[in-house]
Design a protein around this ligand. Structure first.
Ligand SMILES: CC(C)(COP(=O)(O)OP(=O)(O)OC[C@H]1O[C@@H](n2cnc3c(N)ncnc32)[C@H](O)[C@@H]1OP(=O)(O)O)[C@@H](O)C(=O)NCCC(=O)NCCS
Length: 252
């Protein structure tokens, strides 16, 4: 207890910063909220990672979890115009975890960065709630845009390992970006995008261009079969040309 100006005593003032998941002393209602949030973040990771054995393990050993906590601190300093400190925290975290999250990025609750190494999240990237990113993911810019130049992910988006999502477009809620994909254009809600450059191959659980409503097995174009047919007709043309030469001579 400390004496106050009137000579009476009062509770020692405790620093209580508005830093979600921060490491400062927090008391009362605010402390309760902070620990509730922390528990929710850990539980959301445990739900998505079958390898997670205990909350303690996630708290102490998961680099993705540590990186997101550091981001929350850095983001607080960034929003309060202390950009140098913000950058310092994020670079320190990058050094420790291999995950670089710009302090200016906007990240919702329940972000799970699995394994983590090599993840880069740009300054104007926005991430909704309960998204999952695997190692090597880049949410970056193409180098052509100014201002908002990084992607916006909706809620429950999964981005597979090594995928690059480049540019200021939206990736809809529940979308799934395959490992190794390079996404350069908007991805709709409930879609799966794969490949380089990424194409949507599933929408609302159905194969794109092959939904049960317009499934046409007879007129379906198989590119390999088309190519073989083309080659076959070329061989036929060549054969008839050679036969003609044998029959009529070269005509010289
Ligand atoms: C894309 C993914 C999320 C699956 O999503 P889904 O909606 O269930 O899609 P499906 O598994 O039905 O696959 C859809 C099509 O994409 C193909 N596909 C799946 N993953 C792919 C990939 N990484 N690259 C290229 N094609 C892929 C499938 O073969 C399938 O092709 P088809 O239409 O010819 O049948 C999953 O394959 C993936 O890449 N997860 C990332 C996991 C990861 O990064 N793990 C790292 C752990 S360390």
């Amino acid at each position: 207890m400390l004496p106050n100006e009137g000579g009476t005593t009062h509770q020692r003032p405790v620093m209580s910063y508005d830093i979600p998941g921060g490491c400062f002393f927090i008391h009362g209602k605010r402390g309760e909220i902070m620990f509730k949030k922390l528990k929710e973040e850990i539980d959301s990771i445990m739900e998505r990672d079958p390898a997670a054995r205990s909350r303690l393990e996630v708290y102490l050993l998961y680099s993705g979890f540590k990186a997101v906590r550091s981001y929350r601190k850095a983001n607080w300093f960034f929003r309060h115009n202390m950009k140098f400190i913000a950058r310092m925290i994020s670079q320190h975290s990058r050094h420790k975890t291999g995950i670089e999250i710009h302090p200016g990025a906007t990240i919702g609750k329940g972000l799970f960065i699995d394994h983590g190494m090599g993840v880069v999240i740009g300054e104007t990237a926005e991430i909704g709630d309960n998204c999952t990113l695997y190692q090597g993911v880049t949410l970056g810019g193409t180098g052509k845009d100014q201002g908002k130049r990084h992607p916006t992910l909706g809620n429950n988006v999964l981005v597979g390992s090594g995928a690059k999502v480049l540019g200021p477009f939206k990736v809809g809620n529940n979308a799934r970006i395959a490992a190794g994909a390079v996404v350069l254009t908007e991805v709709p809600e409930n879609a799966t995008a794969v490949g380089v450059p990424a194409k949507v191959v599933r929408l609302n659980g159905e194969k794109v261009g092959c939904s049960s409503k317009n499934l046409d097995q007879i007129h379906y174009i198989d590119p390999v079969a088309e190519h073989l047919t083309d080659l076959d007709s070329q061989v036929r043309n060549l054969r008839s040309a050679i036969e003609e030469v044998f029959e009529n001579g070269l005509g010289i």
